[in-house]
Structure formats: structure tokens, C-alpha cells
Write a protein that binds this ligand. Structure first.
Ligand code: PGA
Length: 254
């Protein structure tokens, strides 16, 4: 059994004061939720303070990105070692990083390796663009991305994957639960080819892209979908709490 997983990607939103207030608003209810892993991923500058606020709770902390070198003259970058002292997870290969900051599968692969080496669990994001979907290339694209990101990695300890069709991110146009389930099943088969069935069955694979409190149930009811990576709705306390509560209740009932 895979523990369901809900993560909030706050993106480039919230000052330190706002981030602290947001996590305080959600802390008690998130902490009480059982049978589900709950992760918040605020901007780098808020990680340390949020770590203090959630200390002693069941809420886990994630970063949104990192560089692959351990340390050195890389002005403005944040290293795996710095993050592993603060958080458990790191989002890698998000489509916004690929699109606006030129991250390729090769770069994502280096980051995934560096994260695992530092004891951080990667939340590896992948997904097709609209043109690729329309050209019937979804399978080909996500296969290339997952193989590329995991190349040379013999044991993906703690890996979480987020399937996020790019056309569904921040657009209000979520994919259908059925299609997402199919693509996630395909990703699990690809993992089985790389690591065997047992490892593949243990990897959490999430859906991401315009998840809200109104549509989460449809996704979480699918057998292959283990949770969600939530963007916009994760910085609205009530909305995120509802997404996590519904997910825990639905998976518990299965
Ligand atoms: P969204 O973002 O929920 O705002 O669509 C999801 C993501 O980018 O992870």
C-alpha cells in the first residue's frame, strides 16, 4: 500500500510573513490528518522559519528547486546539502523550470542524483505540452522524461513522481481523471522496466494541474493516482485543507 501524498507548491508566492501566517492557519488540521502525507513547499527564504513552525507536527517540508552541485561559486543557487538540513523533499523538473529556466532532462537527471545523494526525496515533475498531446505523443514524451531523469540511478529511494500535463497547469483546465490514471499507469510500467515490479509498486505517482477542492475526488478515486501536487489552490488554506482531507478519506475508504 502506498501512503497517499498531497503536496502544495507555493511557487513564487508569499513573503516570509505571509508564508508563516499561511502555514499557521493550516497547521493544526493538517497535523491531525492521518493516513496521508502532507507536504508544503514554500519559497526558499521561508523554509527555515516554516520548519520551526511545523516542528513536532506530521507536516513535512519541501523545496521547489535546487542546484546539483554541493557547494561552490554559484551565485544565487541553493545546494542539496543546504536543503537536506531543512527539508525532506525537493520538487525537481517542474515545467516552469524547464520552460523559463532552460532545464533539460539532463539537468533534471543531475539534480535528481544530487538530491538522492544528499538524502532528499525528489518530487520529479514531468508532463507533455498541448501540441504533444494533440499529436498523440503523450506516451513518448513522458517515457523520454522519466527515463532521462532517472538515467544512471540504480535505486530511486523515496522518489515521488508528479505527472503534470503542461496545458493543465495554472489554466483551470485539469486533465480528466481517466486519462491521468492511464498515463500514470504507463509511468509505473516504465518504472517497472527500470527497477522491477516491486519498486515500481512502491513509488507514489501524483497528478498535478489545476487541482482544486472541487475536482480532487475524481483524481484520488483512480487506483494509480496516489495524490496531487497542488499549485494555485495550495496557498488558500481552506482549499488545501479540503483537498488533503478528501484525499485521506477517499483513499481510506478503498
Ligand atoms: P496548479 O499548479 O495547481 O496551479 O495548476 C500545479 C503545479 O504547477 O504544480
Amino acid at each position: 500500500m502506498r501512503t497517499p501524498f498531497i503536496a502544495g507548491n507555493w511557487k513564487m508566492h508569499t513573503t516570509v510573513a505571509e508564508a508563516s501566517a499561511l502555514v499557521r492557519q493550516m497547521k493544526e488540521r493538517l497535523d491531525r490528518m492521518e493516513g496521508i502525507e502532507k507536504v508544503v513547499c514554500p519559497p526558499f527564504i521561508s523554509l527555515a522559519v516554516i520548519r520551526q513552525i511545523i516542528q513536532g507536527t506530521s507536516i513535512r517540508l519541501g523545496a521547489q528547486n535546487m542546484y546539483f552541485e554541493e557547494e561552490g561559486a554559484y551565485t544565487g543557487e541553493v545546494s542539496p546539502l543546504m536543503l537536506s538540513a531543512l527539508c525532506d523533499y525537493v520538487i525537481l523538473g517542474h515545467s516552469e523550470r524547464r520552460q523559463y529556466f532552460g532545464e533539460t532532462d539532463q539537468v533534471v537527471n543531475k539534480k535528481v542524483k544530487a538530491a538522492l545523494k544528499a538524502g532528499l526525496m525528489p518530487i520529479l515533475c514531468l508532463g507533455e505540452r498541448l501540441e504533444e498531446k494533440e499529436a498523440g505523443k503523450t506516451e513518448e514524451v513522458v517515457t523520454r522524461q522519466v527515463r532521462g531523469a532517472l538515467e544512471g540511478i540504480s535505486s530511486p529511494q523515496g522518489l515521488v513522481i508528479a505527472y503534470e500535463p503542461i496545458w493543465a497547469i495554472g489554466t483551470g483546465k485539469a486533465a480528466t481523471p481517466h486519462d491521468s490514471n492511464e498515463t500514470i499507469a504507463l509511468l509505473r510500467r516504465r518504472l517497472a522496466e527500470l527497477y522491477g515490479e516491486e519498486v515500481a509498486q512502491g513509488v507514489r505517482i501524483l497528478y498535478g494541474g489545476s487541482v482544486t477542492a472541487s475536482n480532487i475526488a475524481g483524481f484520488i478515486e483512480q487506483p494509480e493516482i496516489d495524490g496531487a501536487l497542488v499549485g494555485g489552490a495550495s496557498i488558500k488554506a481552506e482549499e488545501f485543507l479540503s483537498i488533503a482531507e478528501q484525499s485521506a478519506a477517499i483513499k481510506k475508504g478503498k
